[in-house]
Design a protein around this ligand. Structure first.
Ligand SMILES: [Zn+2]
Length: 602
């Protein structure tokens, strides 16, 4: 793409040349493109959905996005966003197309057979919308241009056919490709985003080799030339006031931080902390396949893009979350509209690990004068937080308030915005945390690495993930999707009753909820010894390995979900027991914890 940007009118013209290969087994008779910025116009689907959410009251408050509210309905013609395609050819032949707001349908003059490549040439122009959501100009934090979803983007054709998801609220999906982008813009602007800068010595602004001479061409404009291999999107941002910090990870990945406003110390901290956590992330979640990652200040919240993120302010927590999206969506490019929980939930789960690692090792060592003898813990198994408390608390709130919807809900089709966040982020994160309870955390770590290795640069879905999880764990796991993803059924196990029989203590467990789960029961004795009682769930056709080798475990035959109670026993008298607790690790999303634990009072 070659872009000519006019910073006085906030419009640009562009030429897009796309070498498109039909890698599917099907003949394509049509093509679809996304024209995302057409959403920023009064009465668009995005406007309508936001106004609808404003009419929904949760705890007396409108449920709309405070950034969007009714702002789209009030945009004037020079504030709206648009992408206007003026011509499209395939192999030099003009193609007819029809624009349906944010989706463009192309009626091909000739079908594209499997395994063939065509060249699509497009002329287009666009107006950058006033900053409302993710992309736009002149955000309230002063950033001039946040350029995401900025170009006509070919839709993905996969085993489910065309992705013709209009831009209503959120979430993206794209075709893998090699991007080559030139941006011709006023010389005073500094850019950041996806892609390696090809002409750093002409551009300067901190991109040049340290200490080298910059030979900037004469004239009022500068052309920035970027290349990004094997990515599914391309973002850039531009501002004349950006400051630029460059740092490096221990394995040579360049970290760029570009910022305009906010605490300089905090931006500096991000430039130091990102390289510090990178080895931990790569070791536990898979090798980062690019040589660069950029944290760029943008106009809105935090949003993930290949090789980069746009964040509104210098928040370390947000940066960790967006960085983890480089794995869960950047490289494992699940369809975010259909499976938003597979990128948001997985990123949340991984962010908890990174945050924990940071707090536990780097931060304490660096900021609290920990003794030099403190070993930086770099193995996920050793820093695994037992409890993603935030995720479970949000899930419980959603369940109680009745706004929970199944995770199979399409991202834009959640009835409430709050319900979307509780689902995609919290219940999606618990999907993994709780899978650790089912398979054992050690096995879950192996699953996550194997998932990355098998599915990087592809478009995995929930079944692809589960097949990896099954192969690595040796357990059958379809039931876990059936209940946890496809329904809003809940988990509630209880200790029902106790009695003594022939010197043994019998413990009757009860399944009150609809979701069957394997059961850990920890029995603590008055002599301070402990025993784990384990009941696998019938549909697993196997059991998880012993997780804590310091506590002896007794396994019982599996529990069939058609059975509402189950009796286990320990070879000690009732009087020797101090407490009995179902799932002491708190990884099972049991909605009623009060009936999980029993203190024996005598
Ligand atoms: Zn996210």
């Amino acid at each position: 793409m070659n872009i000519n940007m006019d910073v006085t009118t906030n419009k640009f013209t562009g030429k897009q040349k796309l070498e498109y290969t039909n890698n599917s087994p099907d003949t394509l008779y049509k093509l679809f493109y996304h024209l995302y910025w057409n959403a920023f116009q009064p009465n668009s689907m995005m406007d309508q959905k936001s106004l609808y959410l404003g009419s929904v009251r949760l705890n007396g408050q409108p449920d709309w996005d405070p950034r969007v509210t009714d702002r789209i309905s009030k945009l004037t013609p020079d504030e709206i966003g648009y992408q206007n395609v003026s011509s499209l050819t395939m192999n030099g032949v003009n193609q007819k197309f029809k624009v349906h707001e944010t989706i463009m349908e192309v009626f091909l003059t000739k079908p594209i057979p499997p395994k063939t490549t065509v060249t699509l040439n497009m002329d287009f122009d666009a107006q950058v919308p006033k900053q409302i959501r993710r992309s736009g100009r002149d955000a309230s934090n002063g950033v001039r241009y946040s350029m995401s979803q900025w170009y006509p983007k070919i839709s993905e054709y996969d085993k489910n056919g065309w992705d013709v998801t209009p831009y209503v609220e959120r979430e993206f999906y794209g075709v893998w490709g090699d991007f080559d982008v030139t941006i011709n813009i006023d010389k005073s602007y500094i850019l950041g985003g996806t892609g390696y800068l090809q002409n750093a010595q002409e551009v300067g602004y901190g991109y040049e080799k340290p200490g080298s001479k910059i030979t900037r061409p004469a004239g009022a404009r500068l052309v920035w030339h970027f290349r990004a291999p094997n990515v599914h999107d391309f973002m850039w941002a531009a501002d004349p006031g950006y400051k630029h910090i460059v740092s490096k990870t221990s394995d040579g990945i360049d970290i760029h931080v570009l910022y305009k406003t906010g605490s300089e110390d905090q931006w500096k901290e991000i430039s130091e902390v990102v390289p510090a956590v990178f080895p931990f992330i790569e070791k536990n979640f898979g090798e980062y396949p690019y040589k660069q990652f950029s944290v760029v200040q943008g106009g809105d919240g935090g949003m993930e893009y290949p090789m980069s993120t746009l964040v509104r302010s210098p928040s370390l927590g947000t940066t960790f979350h967006e960085l983890m999206h480089s794995w869960y969506h950047g490289v494992l490019a699940n369809n975010e509209s259909v499976y938003p929980w597979m990128d948001e939930g997985f990123a949340e789960w991984a962010t908890d690990k990174v945050q924990y690692f940071f707090n536990d090792s780097i931060q304490r060592k660096k900021f609290a004068n920990m003794p030099a003898s403190l070993k930086i813990v770099d193995s996920l198994a050793r820093v695994m937080p037992k409890y993603h408390a935030d995720l479970y608390a949000s899930y419980l709130a959603a369940w109680k308030s009745g706004i929970e919807e199944p995770l199979t809900t399409q991202a834009d089709e959640y009835q409430t915005r709050t319900g979307y966040f509780l689902g995609a982020y919290s219940k999606g994160g618990i999907f993994l945390a709780q899978l650790g309870y089912v398979t054992g955390d050690h096995t879950l770590n192996k699953i996550m690495l194997q998932y990355f290795r098998e599915w990087k640069f592809n478009h995995p879905d929930v079944n692809d993930f589960l097949r990896v999880a099954e192969k690595v764990s040796g357990l059958q796991l379809d039931w876990y999707k059936d209940y946890w993803v496809n329904t809003t059924k809940h988990i509630d196990y209880a200790i029902d009753s106790l009695w003594e029989e022939g010197g043994k203590t019998m413990i009757r467990l009860k399944k009150n909820g609809e979701v069957p789960m394997p059961i850990d029961v920890l029995v603590s004795y008055k002599d301070n010894s402990k025993e784990m009682v384990y009941v696998p769930m019938y549909l697993m056709f196997g059991e998880k390995p012993v997780e804590d080798k310091t506590i002896p475990r007794t396994s019982f035959p599996s529990w069939k979900w058609t059975q509402s109670t189950y009796v286990v026993s320990v070879n000690k008298k009732l009087a020797s027991i101090k407490t009995i607790e179902i799932d002491p690790s708190l990884r099972m999303a049991d909605v009623e914890r009060k009936n999980n634990k029993l203190d024996i009072p005598f």
